[in-house]
Design a binder for this molecule. Structure first.
Ligand SMILES: Cc1ncc(COP(=O)(O)O)c(C=O)c1O
Length: 370
């Protein structure tokens, strides 16, 4: 297996549904890809502009102010208070890190990379690129000998599955038994909505209640794409086990994956401001509060989705049938089969359309029974 053997990019299969939805007289409501639509906050744009004199090579490890901002953010927002700058590393985007982590860890044929059963597809892609074997398994008891890297995603894309402190602690114990790296992709952690996540923060894998006092083998992976509307900046980072962070840094220095200096400055400023994150969350809340009951009124059941950026919906029929019916209402969703073999009857609806378009989708859904 090599990069040449990757399948066609799956989103190409959605094009006919986009064309069908675009024929709706009141226009398309695109809830498919999950690309932020709200403006990048002014203070972050100013920070980027301040840093455009970038004549020197940027630091692969990150500027001191960025590394300190990441450490302070984990302490303030994630309840992880004992990190030092040796535990953190900025990355160029999270997708790139997810895709490259098996490469950067030196994995290859014979190694197993575990990922969730219903999953962001890039975990599997990263495994396949190095010839490792991807394995979909959620229960730590099913994680096998030979697993070298285990991905969890909390809150999950697409299904919003969110791991409790107790579940994370059990995952840590199992990963350590196996000697595997446990990487927790946490980029939707600020978006808790229902159940316990309405009142308590989504825990990080680095939470002291989870780690048993040691960060060995553990990585938390984060992205500013969604919480700060920075998807175009490719602004992300990881934190955790100092040994692994050090190894990744060495590999990255050789490969030249240096986050651009202006982006590093913008990230440090973004991480220091919680107000814009809270304001963005309220926009997503308004959209979610309109869309969820409208989907239910139209005959969909929402599964999981108690946190995160998506509604994971099923009408009990083949996902592509739901895609078609939604397209006839001018609504474009993401098909469940893109997220693995266990989601053939689900569709994913992202909260990333302008509020006025989401309200329009809700009106259309409320006027029909699928
Ligand atoms: C679970 C998950 N991880 C990682 C990413 C990638 O984020 P980034 O924009 O930083 O590449 C996404 C983006 O949608 C995601 O859903």
């Amino acid at each position: 297996m090599s990069v040449h053997d990757l399948a066609d990019y799956p989103w190409d299969a959605v094009v006919p549904y986009r064309e069908r939805a675009a024929q709706h007289p009141q226009g398309l409501v695109d809830l498919s890809v999950g690309s932020p639509v709200d403006p990048t906050p002014e203070l972050i744009r100013r920070a980027l502009a301040e840093a455009t004199d970038a004549h020197a090579y940027p630091q692969t490890v990150g500027t001191p102010s960025l590394r300190e901002a990441i450490v302070a953010w984990y302490a303030r927002r994630r309840g992880v208070e004992d990190l030092t700058t040796d535990n953190v590393l900025p990355t160029i985007g999270s997708k790139e890190l997810v895709a490259l982590l098996p490469t950067l860890l030196g994995l290859g044929e014979g190694d197993i990379v575990v990922h969730p059963r219903v999953a962001y597809p890039t975990y599997e892609v990263g495994a396949r690129v190095v010839g490792a074997t991807p394995l979909a398994a959620d229960d730590p008891a099913e994680w096998p000998e030979g697993a070298k890297l285990i991905w969890i995603n909390t809150p999950g894309n697409p299904d919003g599955r969110t791991w409790t402190v107790e579940e994370l602690a059990a995952a840590v114990v199992r990963a350590r038994e196996l000697g595997a790296v446990l990487a927790s992709d946490e980029c939707y952690a600020e978006l808790g909505w229902d159940g316990r996540w309405a009142s308590e923060p989504v825990p990080s894998i680095l939470d002291p209640r989870v780690t048993g006092g040691s960060r060995a083998n553990l990585l938390s992976v984060y992205s500013l794409s969604k919480q700060s509307n920075l998807a175009g900046y490719r602004a992300a980072f990881l934190a955790g086990c100092a040994r692994i962070v050090g190894d990744l840094l060495t590999a990255r220095k050789h490969l030249g994956l240096m986050p651009p200096a202006p982006v590093q400055h913008a990230m440090a400023v973004a991480l220091g401001d919680d107000e814009h994150v809270a304001a963005q969350k309220e926009l997503y809340r308004e959209r979610r509060d309109a869309l969820r009951p409208a989907l239910e009124a139209a005959g969909f059941r929402i599964d999981g989705s108690e946190a995160g950026l998506y509604l994971w919906a099923t009408a009990g029929e083949d996902a592509w049938a739901s895609m078609g019916r939604l397209a006839d209402l001018g609504i474009l969703a993401g098909p469940g089969p893109f997220y693995g073999a266990h989601s053939g009857k689900h569709v994913r609806l992202a909260l990333t359309a302008p509020t006025e378009r989401v309200l329009e989708a809700a009106r259309r859904l409320q006027s029909v029974t699928l």
